[in-house]
Design a protein around this ligand. Structure first.
Ligand code: AMP
Length: 107
């Protein structure tokens, strides 16, 4: 989507340092961190929200969770929380699906 910030970050149109990247997603640090480590795990495919997920997205969603595990391991995070905000009423501000990976540990 041409007017989506996270699509522009994924494509490199908006310059952002990636902590991690694989076929499924990119991972970068939240600009307004809510914990010592606050990463955003963002699929390269534009899906607006969990509310828009269809059965065909199951593999992608599994891949995203796997990427969370991999990036946490690479950063040496022994514990963390995953959060997905869904819809305006769920606190979602950017309508490109993403997982917040939050940890009380620095990375
Ligand atoms: P959500 O409220 O779940 O949609 O989360 C959106 C997150 O994106 C917020 O935590 C913002 O701080 C973060 N954010 C917005 N713009 C950027 C950016 N350019 N780079 C990194 N994080 C961003």
């Amino acid at each position: 989507m041409s007017d989506c910030l996270f699509c522009k970050i994924c494509s490199g149109d908006v310059n952002t340092d990636f902590v991690y990247e694989d076929d499924v997603c990119v991972v970068f640090r939240d600009i307004n961190p809510k914990d010592k480590t606050h990463l955003l795990v963002v699929p390269k495919e534009h899906i607006a929200s969990i509310a828009d997920i269809e059965s065909g997205h199951c593999e992608l969603l599994g891949g995203l969770l796997h990427s969370c595990k991999v990036v946490a391991g690479k950063l040496g995070l022994s514990g963390y929380k995953l959060q997905i905000n869904v819809g305006k009423d769920g606190g979602q501000e950017i309508f490109h699906l993403h997982i917040h990976l939050l940890s009380k540990f620095d990375s």
